[in-house]
Ligand binder design. Structure first.
Ligand code: MRU
Length: 363
């Protein structure tokens, strides 16, 4: 389906109901699903109906807000209320292990609830406050994306062609996007000639979602299969690679969609700048390096099939790591809402500090 200008919000919440566009059905169908329990939110994250590190963090936060309403109605004590919230947090944060944003957002809400209960606030009042806190995290991510987009665009030369991987746009965030936010801002500023979009096997987020968003914004692009990236770099047709991230370790090693590491090696070989655009909620100071990042292994059926159609003998042995780790030394710079981080990254990331959701936006 070709996108039209009128599309429902990809993530919308009203107390007790989270509505998301089911990303597994795009681009053929824009199907809005309503999720009314934390377990349903966890399932939607696991099945990638909602996906992209910041977007699953936001969904997780809304799942916690939902859990607080149910727990406040059912719990017979403040401790029981917190125990019910902890169970929801466990179910949500384990839905997908690699993105730092998910566990960060879930724990922001859980810790907020603990602080308030310990300070004597009633479960009912905490549940109301958590509705606002989840909405605030969502708004904070949209604001971060715009700052990332503008800071990243400033790094790019005039007339650049950017290569990007996976989907890092509206669908993957609260809105606007990280790497796709950089592309959007560069296009707005008249700097962008075009975009190479990797199809991004096995789930085809580039082919299905990034193309959809670029068409919506009338940004010129060329869709390529993942194996073509080196060819276009060798021919001098790629001016910069801009990707997102799922988790950035304290030393700058970065987990992102499988295939990102290959692009970083290729960019290094061709002396093409390789930028990682990510909000502070993706940075994980508690993970020392890339070897400590848990890489999600997904269902082999995703590799043996393309959108349900078999492409290999049914019993073919398969590996399906959803992410890989790009060593920090292959990254030119990180673009965050708090500015651009240049090497040495360990010091720059430490100086960034821990994100606190109650801090002023962009601080
Ligand atoms: O498995 P996915 O589609 O959730 O993976 C998404 C990515 O790898 C993105 O690049 C990353 O989450 C950043 S999205 C702004």
């Amino acid at each position: 389906m070709t996108p039209t200008g009128t599309q429902p919000a990809h993530i919308a919440y009203e107390p007790g109901v989270l509505r998301i566009i089911d990303q597994t059905k795009l681009p053929d169908t824009v199907d809005v699903v309503s999720l009314t329990t934390p377990d349903a939110v966890a399932e939607a994250i696991r099945e990638m109906r909602v996906r992209g590190a910041p977007a699953i963090g936001i969904a997780g936060a809304y799942g916690m807000a939902m859990a607080a309403l149910t727990a406040a109605a059912k719990a017979d004590s403040p401790d029981h209320f917190l125990a019910m919230l902890s169970d929801a947090a466990q179910s949500l944060e384990t839905a997908r292990p690699t993105a730092a944003n998910l566990s960060w957002a879930v724990h922001e809400l859980l810790n907020d609830a603990k602080r308030r209960i310990n300070g004597g606030t009633s479960p009912e009042a905490v549940a109301v406050l958590l509705q606002d806190e989840a909405r605030r995290l969502h708004a904070q991510d949209v604001d971060a994306c715009h700052r990332i987009g503008d800071a990243g665009a400033a790094l790019l030369p005039d007339g650049v062609t950017v290569l990007t991987h996976c989907n890092t746009g509206d669908f993957a965030t609260g809105g606007y996007g990280t790497a796709l936010g950089v592309i959007r801002s560069a296009w707005r500023d008249g700097k962008l000639r075009g975009v190479f979009v990797d199809e991004t096997r096995p789930q085809l987020q580039g082919a299905r979602l990034t193309t959809y968003e670029l068409l919506q914004d009338a940004i010129p692009f060329t869709l390529i299969v993942d194996g073509m990236a080196g060819h276009f770099m060798q021919r001098g047709e790629v001016g910069a690679v801009v990707v997102g991230a799922d988790r950035v370790a304290a030393n700058g090693d970065t987990a992102n969609k499988i295939g990102t590491f290959t692009l970083a090696v290729l960019a290094h070989e061709h002396r093409i700048p390789f930028y990682v655009a990510a909000p502070r909620s993706t940075f994980d100071p508690d993970t020392p390096s890339g070897k400590d990042i848990v890489i999600e292994e997904r269902d082999p059926a995703e590799v043996r099939t393309v959108r349900g159609q078999p492409i290999a003998p049914a019993d073919s042995p398969v590996a399906n790591p959803a992410f890989d780790v790009t060593p920090a030394r292959l990254i030119t710079a990180f673009v965050t809402e708090s500015g651009v981080l240049q090497p040495p990254f360990e010091a720059a990331i430490a100086a960034l500090g821990r994100i606190n959701s109650t801090a002023p936006l962009g601080s």
